[in-house]
Design a protein around this ligand. Sequence first.
Ligand SMILES: [Mg+2]
Length: 112
Amino acid sequence: MKMNDELLRKVLDFRDSRDWGKFHNAKDLAISLSIEASELLEHFQWRSSEEAVHHRKVQIAEELADVLIYSIYLADTMDLNIEKIIYEKMKKNEEKYPVEKSYGRMNKYTEL
Ligand SMILES: [Mg+2]
């Protein structure tokens, strides 16, 4: 893995030093990632965006970190290079959403 190797190593060492890798199959990591994303949403539920960010920023940051950590575990388990898959997806997004068609608009690419 590239992309800030020291940070990735810390996340993976946390897993490995506890021998948790044996539990980390792709399906359960995908489920865990989704659960953490839902925990993130809980802080926004019944609040305006501004209220949530103002009153729950610390908790939101923690849940966002959980999502990112599970993303790292899922990528590692599936032998995916995080930097490479993000670059590839950004290339597709740039093709789907050319600046001249999508600038300042929130339409889906099928409606541009
Ligand atoms: Mg959490």
